[in-house]
Design a protein around this ligand. Structure first.
Ligand SMILES: Nc1ncnc2c1ncn2[C@@H]1O[C@H](COP(=O)(O)OP(=O)(O)OP(=O)(O)O)[C@@H](O)[C@H]1O
Ligand SMILES: [Mg+2]
Length: 600
């Protein structure tokens, strides 16, 4: 229950006084509804079916008196006219209130989406290393949708509560004892209902876990579908799917069972209560038929509202785990926040004049484990020239450039730009001056033009073609059916590994960066294309810092400095020729192996 109050507080914090306006509108609708109900009595009196002793009716007797003064033929017209008027007013308020509800609901959900997404964009790299992408996607889609439904349940609950309150007050005025009796029974029911709301929350939690497993599994399997098909792993995956789906099915049926149980309980108890109350009134108190009729009428309308309230409370409890997952994601993004700025649009690139350096850098991915991915790394990358980083797989090359870009923060040691330490203030400016091509080339599912313009929104077509030429990608684009406007990825043309690498390289060159980092960026190219890309890099290194990570050592022959990394530490550095001479060193051995392979 406290979670529901927490949720209600958040809604109030967002909507503010509008929520009160909403409640007032609801109250009016409730009042009008009840007055409409009261009108039934004079109507029955007119028909003469039941004789009422109107004088004994508390609070509403005046209504009869008033109608009795009017001639019978006119009183029918009057009653019907008032009835129509009330209904019109009621639907007007209803309409206003429904629209207001929708506005609050949509606004609240929009704010949740925007805040969470902004939080994600500002979170540091470590946050993304720790979280599965599918979990985040799921929270941003399914869980937010759940919260949206929960918000509807919340509003419906609130409106039922107000309607019920109006009817209870009315019933109380008509017959305090009877109402008090029925209310006491209702309170007992409310205490029992805690069991149902708690169980609903548990079902919500189980559902959340299951759907998390489901989405993560599906994403994983689709990413690896080629491995699944080529290695006939279908059966294992089909079994997995069957298992998860069965659990989800059981969970949904069990939740419905709980809901119907509680509804059944409420209906049975309510009918027994009503029957008992009527029996008592008729036999013990010899109560007035008019009064009796009204109270019975009120409660017969009230009970379905109470049953619905309980059902909505269960829906609300069922949604709470989704809301908590969302809030937890927001909080975690806030804890992992690396950027204090509110907007990314004013970031200015820096001009690197001397060098970018790592001084005594230590870094590990998991602070609870001993293993360091970088151990006491010292490097100087001059503002002009080509630096090659080589070493066995898993040596720490990618980790090193991630530290250079400020994605990974060193545990000890510093990153310096022209002698100045890298801080939150110059972090984004540095990244704005870096073009990075990762080991896994990534293009968005959009047109080639859009993919390129992402880097430089104002670039002209000439500039785009120039970058494509430099990356040896112009031929690739010319061959495509719609040239620059060809859609790639999910919706359009699929590209080979090498074609993709060249397009990503073109995108990186478009920005005219101060530092160009290529992490295995040409590994899929044929020798001839790679040679042409090398020529581009050689021209570029006269102006900017080029950092190349490569396994194929032939591609770094012209590097100004070569840094050899092994198990997170720098084991050699120097010019290619110097390092190549020492055949017993790691670099010499790596080179020897590649020459052997080349000679066959
Ligand atoms: N996200 C991560 N979480 C935990 N450990 C990681 C993570 N990324 C890399 N590592 C570990 O850090 C070490 C260095 O990894 P890194 O990716 O820097 O190697 P690399 O030299 O780039 O290798 P490759 O040539 O295969 O790309 C490896 O032992 C790796 O297992
Ligand atoms: Mg790597």
């Amino acid at each position: 229950m406290s979670h529901i109050f927490g949720f209600a507080r958040q809604v109030y914090r967002f909507a503010g006084p509008v929520l009160w306006l909403n409640s007032v509108a609801l109250l009016l609708v409730g009042l009008l509804q009840s007055v409409g109900l009261l009108l039934i009595l004079p109507l029955i009196a007119i028909t003469g079916l039941v004789e009422f002793d109107t004088g004994s009716m508390p609070y509403v007797g005046w209504l009869f008196q008033w109608f009795e003064d009017v001639p019978r033929t006119q009183s029918l017209t009057l009653i019907l006219a008032i009835y129509v008027l009330i209904t019109v007013c009621q639907s007007l308020f209803n309409r206003h209130q429904t629209i207001l509800n929708k506005k609050i609901q949509q606004g609240f959900v929009r704010k949740l989406r925007e805040d969470t997404y902004k939080g994600l964009l500002r979170a540091n790299w470590d946050f993304f290393i720790r979280h599965r992408k599918s979990d985040i996607v799921k929270i941003m889609t399914t869980e937010i949708a759940q919260v949206k439904n929960g918000l509807s349940a919340y509003f419906q609950f609130a409106s039922s509560l107000i309607f019920a309150a109006v009817k209870i007050v009315l019933a109380f005025l008509l017959s305090p004892w009877l109402t008090a009796g029925i209310l006491t029974a209702g309170l007992v029911l409310l205490v029992c209902s805690r069991y149902f709301t708690r169980r609903s929350e548990e079902f919500g939690e189980q559902n959340l876990q299951l759907s998390r497993v489901y989405v993560a599994g599906i994403t994983d399997h689709l990413n690896g579908i080629k491995d699944i098909k080529s290695n006939t792993l279908e059966q294992a995956h089909a079994d997995w799917m069957g298992d998860v789906c069965r659990q989800a099915e059981d969970n949904a049926v069990a939740f419905t069972r709980l809901k119907t149980n509680s509804q059944m309980l409420y209906s049975v108890v309510s009918s027994v209560l009503l029957a008992g109350a009527v029996y008592l009134l008729v036999h013990l108190f010899q109560s007035q038929p008019a009064q009796l009729l009204l109270v019975v009428l009120l409660f017969s309308r009230l009970w379905p509202v109470v049953v619905r309230m309980q059902s909505r409370l269960e829906n609300l409890s069922n949604m709470i785990p989704s809301f908590e997952a969302l809030v937890e994601l927001q909080n975690e993004c806030e804890r992992s926040r690396e950027l204090q700025i509110e907007s990314f649009s004013n970031v200015r690139p820096i001009r690197l004049n001397e060098a970018i350096e790592l001084n005594g850098v230590w870094f590990r991915y998991d602070l609870r484990k001993e293993a360091y991915a970088l151990r006491n790394v010292d490097i100087v990358i001059p503002a002009q020239g080509m630096t090659a980083i080589v070493g066995p797989s898993g040596a720490g090359k990618t980790t090193m450039v991630d530290v250079l870009m400020g994605l990974n923060r060193p545990e000890r040691g510093v990153v310096r730009l022209d002698g100045k330490p890298l801080t939150d203030d110059n972090l984004l400016s540095l990244r704005r001056s870096v073009s990075y091509v990762s080991q896994e080339p990534f293009l968005f599912s959009a047109s080639i033009r859009d993919n390129l313009l992402l880097m430089e929104p104002d670039a002209s077509d000439d500039k785009l073609w120039n970058a494509l030429e430099l990356a040896c990608a112009a031929d690739v684009v010319r061959r495509l059916p719609q040239g620059l406007d060809t859609e790639i990825g999910d919706k359009g043309v699929r590209l080979s590994g090498g074609e993709k690498q060249r397009l990503v390289l073109a995108r990186a060159l478009l920005r005219e960066p101060s530092v160009l980092i290529l992490d295995e960026a040409t590994s899929a190219l044929d020798t001839e294309t790679e040679r042409r890309v090398q020529e581009t890099l050689e021209r570029l290194r006269e102006r900017i810092a080029v950092i190349v990570i490569a396994h194929r050592l032939s591609t770094i022959r012209k590097a100004d400095q070569v840094i050899v990394v092994d198990q997170g530490a720098i084991v050699q550095r120097g010019r290619y020729a110097e390092l190549a001479n020492d055949r017993r060193s790691l670099f010499g051995r790596l080179l020897g192996q590649q020459e052997l392979v080349a000679q066959g």
